[in-house]
Ligand binder design. Structure first.
Ligand code: FES
Length: 94
């Protein structure tokens, strides 16, 4: 695969950058996310996470099923300014 191939479309991160991060010792999805911001785009890593996990597996020799897919956070929900101004109560626990 061409090293200039975009792996994370949301953050324009190339395969070359991912490989460099792994070579630098970042060998988990969360570590790569912290240094390259992969997985932080609007798709929340749905596109790039499997590709990055596969690359980590290839470069480290760790089977892909043994890799931690990283921590997932729910997408942010929009709150209207009116709701904030009115001080509407929200059930943040559900
Ligand atoms: S492609 Fe990486 S976060 Fe969307």
């Amino acid at each position: 695969m061409d090293p200039k191939t975009i792996i994370c479309r949301c953050s324009d991160i190339t395969l070359e950058e991912v490989r460099q991060a792994i070579s630098d010792g970042y060998t988990t999805f969360d570590e790569i996310k912290r240094v390259l911001r992969t997985g932080m785009g609007s798709c929340q890593g749905r596109t790039c996470m499997p590709l990055i996990l596969r690359e980590i597996s290839v470069m480290t020799g760790i089977p892909q099923e043994d890799l931690n897919p990283g921590r997932k956070r729910p997408p942010v929900n929009a709150v209207s300014l009116g709701a904030i101004a009115e001080g509407e109560d929200h059930d943040y626990e559900s």
